[in-house]
Design a protein around this ligand. Structure first.
Ligand SMILES: [Zn+2]
Length: 468
């Protein structure tokens, strides 16, 4: 999920007039996060509906109409009964545009008490951090969104277009809620665009210097393939030239050596245009060369040699699992590799299968797709969203670069982008890189100030995009 985070005391302090009632809304955000972390919304534990009801109750108490709140149970997987929350704040008077969708997910990756320094499902505040599962991914974002809406309503804000919260309950596993949201539940979720709290956010180095805030506008397509070799087998005391394992091994060596054609899109062009300004040395040279000539495979290779940039210049496929053979003393009748591809937006997964088959170039090896993922699309960098995000970030972090981002992983944004609703990952939380990158890991945490900043950030964003 999000890129980053920081040691608040090391940050250059910038004086702002305190927001009226700032303490009250900080306290509200803290209360919501404390209650939210206490719901162990792990797949299969059945706690997501209760978490969704908790947020719905908060909104109802603040004036949301019963008919604008929907808790939608759904089956994400055979062992995962979960729920989504939809909450509409209707525009005041005649809407000035289509709704804006505000996204987060309520589920979290499992966390074991014995792996952590503390109970992962009890919020702990310590040394300027909130600790607990979901603090950074993505309960902190959900809480910031809800608190921002409660505050805007309390302060008399009148939205010029509907603001629709959409929180799913299985982002970390099946992503079924997002698929339903973009299709079956469209009558509630239809929007001009969506803002996602599960992506974006900022990173600082240990000296408190801002590395940048991401604006996620694209994701690669996650797609699965298999390479299969079958053979008549036989007794292993009589080896032959034809051997399923060796044939598969040759195919995998060709996959390893293969490079897909480099591709630059609007998002990655904007990203590298920001990055190259501060990047010195060979990496910066490679970025500048590649921006000049996106067909320059050597420059793309040099960029991808940096661990932080892997997957940004082209489709990448990698072997992730192997199976084969059936006895220690038999020639293998089957050898199979699982291949996971992260495909550039706008490229069909079927075309990647065809390319893999050409790469393998061996009729003994069957190359197949093993899922039916749809091609992802990049969202155009809307000037209004870019401007609102930039202003909101710069209000608190005036020198932070804004970096459009194409994620190599996947979030709930994908089915919406595919179905024609552009999505922007524009959360305003932050952390120190790499110390605070603990999403899915042990002792996950979020700087206390990052949560409170994130509420202010969403208030600013929504005023800019729904208040004029
Ligand atoms: Zn997430």
């Amino acid at each position: 999920m999000r890129l980053l985070a920081p040691l608040p005391l090391l940050l250059p302090s910038v004086a702002f007039a305190a927001e009226p009632n700032a303490d009250r809304w900080d306290a509200k955000a803290r209360e919501l996060l404390e209650r939210s972390v206490a719901f162990p919304t792990v797949a299969g534990r059945g706690q997501v509906p209760a978490q969704a009801a908790y947020f719905a109750d908060q909104l109802k108490a603040a004036g949301w109409a019963e008919g604008d709140l929907h808790i939608l149970p759904y089956q994400a997987a055979p062992d995962n009964q979960t729920a989504a929350l939809i909450a509409r704040w209707p525009a005041t008077g005649k809407p000035g545009g289509k709704p804006i969708l505000l996204m987060a997910h309520l589920d979290v990756v499992d966390a074991k008490r014995e792996d952590w320094s503390m109970d992962p499902f009890r919020l702990v505040e310590q040394d300027g951090y909130f600790y607990g599962r979901g603090t950074s991914d993505n309960k902190g974002g959900a809480v910031a969104l809800v608190t921002a809406l409660l505050r805007l309503r309390a302060e008399g804000f009148r939205p010029k277009r509907d603001l629709v919260l959409f929180f799913t309950g299985d982002e970390e596993t099946t992503g079924e809620g997002a698929r339903l949201g973009a299709a079956e539940w469209r009558k509630w979720t239809d929007a001009e665009f969506a803002l996602n709290s599960d992506a974006g956010g900022g990173g600082f180095d240990k000296q408190g210097r801002p590395l940048g805030f991401s604006l996620q506008a694209a994701e690669k397509t996650y797609s699965m393939y298999s390479f299969t070799v079958r053979n008549r087998g036989g007794h292993s005391s009589k080896p032959r030239k034809d051997n399923a394992i060796y044939t598969l091994a040759e195919a995998l060596k060709r996959l390893e050596a293969h490079r897909f054609a480099p591709m630059l899109n609007e998002t990655t062009r904007a990203y590298f245009s920001v990055r190259e300004k501060s990047e010195t040395g060979p990496l910066g040279d490679a970025m500048r060369a590649w921006l000049k000539d996106p067909a320059d495979g050597a420059a793309a290779d040099a960029i991808e040699a940096d661990e932080g940039e892997v997957g940004i210049t082209r489709t990448r496929c990698v072997a992730t699992r192997l199976e084969g053979g059936h006895a220690d003393n038999a020639l293998p009748q089957l050898a199979r590799a699982t291949v996971n591809c992260r495909i550039m937006p706008g490229v069909e997964p079927a075309a990647v299968r065809d390319e893999l088959e050409r790469v393998v170039n061996d009729p003994e090896v069957t190359v197949e797709r093993t899922d039916d993922q749809k091609m992802s699309l990049a969202s155009p960098l809307r000037p209004d969203v870019v401007a609102a995000y930039t202003a909101a970030v710069h209000r608190r972090h005036p020198t932070a670069p804004i970096m459009p981002e194409m994620s190599t992983g996947a979030t709930d944004a994908r089915p919406f982008r595919v179905s024609g609703i552009p999505v922007y990952g524009v959360d305003g939380a932050w952390g120190v890189v790499p110390d605070d990158l603990r999403a899915h890991g042990r002792d996950e945490r979020l700087p206390v100030k990052a949560l409170y900043d994130d509420v202010d950030h969403w208030v600013d964003m929504l005023k800019a995009l729904a208040g004029k």
